[in-house]
Design a binder for this molecule. Structure first.
Ligand code: SAM
Length: 333
């Protein structure tokens, strides 16, 4: 990307951040921005921000991360683990993969031209914030949501759509609970979040994310494409859609996020394949023991590996039998 060509028409605040080495005038700002760590730019269901530290403490007992050269995260979502590692370790390469094409379009937009994306985000954010009444903000939200859902996604296979990426972040930040959720037909269906004022991005974070993404392969597709990126000394972290917690130990044939027990089994076989090839991995999932101590689904699937149960800060749903802290499983291979 030719940074200088693109920064000319930007607000100074953003301009300063992207000039970098090309200009000594802005050096102070650049140094200041170095203190910022890249962090997820969207709130994601199942986001790992709160447990990254605990997971890595355990992982480092078994895997020497200083010897790792390549990192792959095949279910990247908001990328809490990816960003943490990219901030703290200097691996030679990073590969992030997700089946959600809009999410991938947004990562690619930041990597290719964060300034264009920032301009698009400013447009949409300013328009929202300038409405005087919450009713008008609500109308605007649903107008964008409609547009977003009527879009022909095929286009995203051909090019990066910056307007769409801005809408994606806008919907994530102004929808109810700040989350991203689609229904079975792929329509984004989160209701209005009733926020008076929104701030949908942090300019320093976008810069840092941009820097991190320069050494990152951003791949759209199924987790299995990670095979194409495996090299010696690769560490793979899997955080697939969680197996729904149920009160029975019965096999879950269907679930609403499109990842059922058969998929969990196939994933376990995939992990075994990696391990046989000498690749280290870690995998997170929900712990069936939270609701049914007899449900040993993952204990059986990953019986050849070490399984940890880690505390999360989530509370278990009120109607469930066992109250208290929810645990998650962490498999180390
Ligand atoms: C639990 S989330 C990951 C959350 C992430 N660790 C974070 O910190 O935000 C699971 C992700 O897997 C993606 N996904 C679902 N099925 C997939 C598949 N077959 N291959 C690759 N990604 C998939 C979803 O789009 C979602 O982003």
């Amino acid at each position: 990307m030719n940074v200088l060509v693109n920064i000319i028409s930007l607000p100074t605040k953003i301009k300063n951040l992207f000039i970098g080495e090309q200009s000594a005038v802005y050096l102070d700002n650049v140094i200041e921005s170095k203190k910022v760590e890249g962090a997820p730019f969207v709130k994601w269901v199942g986001g790992k921000s709160r447990v990254v530290g605990t997971i890595l403490k355990i992982v480092s007992k078994h895997i020497n991360l200083n010897e790792i050269e390549h990192y792959i995260e095949p279910f990247v979502g908001g990328g809490a683990m990816f960003f943490y590692l990219a901030n703290h370790y200097r691996f030679k390469s990073y590969t992030i993969i997700d089946i959600n094409l809009d999410l991938i379009n947004t990562y690619r937009a930041i990597k290719q031209n964060p300034i264009t994306l920032v301009k698009e985000m400013d447009k949409i954010q300013n328009k929202y914030n300038n409405f005087f009444n919450l009713e008008d903000k609500e109308l605007f939200y649903y107008e964008i949501r409609d547009k977003y859902n009527k879009y022909d996604k095929e286009k995203l296979y051909e090019y990066i759509d910056f307007t769409r990426a801005a809408q994606f972040i806008f919907l994530n930040k102004s929808g109810f609970n700040g989350l991203y959720r689609v229904n079975k037909t792929g329509d984004y269906n989160v209701p209005f979040g009733k926020k008076e004022v929104i701030k949908i991005y942090n300019d320093k974070n976008i810069l840092k994310v941009y820097e991190i993404l320069q050494k990152t392969n951003i791949v759209h597709g199924d987790y299995r494409v990670s095979l194409d990126y495996l090299l010696k000394n690769t560490f793979v972290y899997f955080d697939p859609p969680y197996r729904p917690i149920t009160n029975t130990s019965s096999f879950t044939a269907y679930d609403n996020n499109g990842f059922n027990d058969n998929d969990q089994i196939a994933l376990a076989q995939f992990c075994i394949q990696l391990y046989i090839q000498g690749i280290h991995f870690a995998l997170s999932n929900s712990d069936p023991h939270n609701t049914n101590p007899l449900d040993n689904f993952f204990d059986e699937l990953y019986r050849d590996f070490i399984i940890y149960r880690i505390n999360t800060s989530r509370q278990i749903a009120a109607e469930s039998k066992s109250r208290g802290r929810v645990t998650e499983i962490l498999v180390i291979g």
